[in-house]
Design a protein around this ligand. Sequence first.
Ligand SMILES: Cc1cc2nc3c(=O)[nH]c(=O)nc-3n(C[C@H](O)[C@H](O)[C@H](O)COP(=O)(O)O)c2cc1C
Length: 193
Amino acid sequence: MSDSQKHYHVVDLLKNRWSPRAMSGESLEHEELLTLFEAARWAPSSYNHQPWRFVYATRTMPEWEMFLNLMVPFNREWAQNAAVALLVLSHKIFEYNNTFSRTHSFDTGAATQNLALQGFAMDLVVHGIEGFDYDKARIECEVPDSYDIQAMFVVGKKGPVTVLPLELQKREIPSDRLKTEELIFKGKFGVKD
Ligand SMILES: Cc1cc2nc3c(=O)[nH]c(=O)nc-3n(C[C@H](O)[C@H](O)[C@H](O)COP(=O)(O)O)c2cc1C
């Protein structure tokens, strides 16, 4: 078997995680929500800067509708059944010397993936969202200029696929990926062998 056909064994959590959209509309326990943020907390970061911050709204909070209204209609349609929406922020400035952090986005991505993996392990739906109004989010959530808005995520209890419109029901399956060898180069960009 050539390398391009081979699948290397990685831990099940990494291989099995995916991003469903079907959620039940139930709330999470506060303990569950805090467990997700605790998972994010343990991510590595350059200089241990920990630049990730999360502004969240649960579906019982007054801000819930505001979060939903930030989303494009396509996302709002399925995300309305989530239990919580998170705005993922990263601090662009190192606090210890007030200089620009090159890796703030990278670090915050790692923290958010920790959160996603923890959520998946807890049998929750965790789904990233880029389709929302970033400028409006900054204003409405009062995000300071020294923080980038990276993405939104919604988290919820799993629901039956029938809560989704027909078109999305067909897409409610794990996605494929590029082949491993498409991601890696030897010594210089573009060099394969
Ligand atoms: C930062 C980020 C933004 C995303 N934005 C959206 C979005 O706006 N709408 C959507 O339906 N899915 C969105 N997704 C989900 C991706 O499409 C999904 O993660 C990708 O297709 C891989 O599928 P998987 O997570 O099921 O493995 C987003 C994911 C991430 C990480």
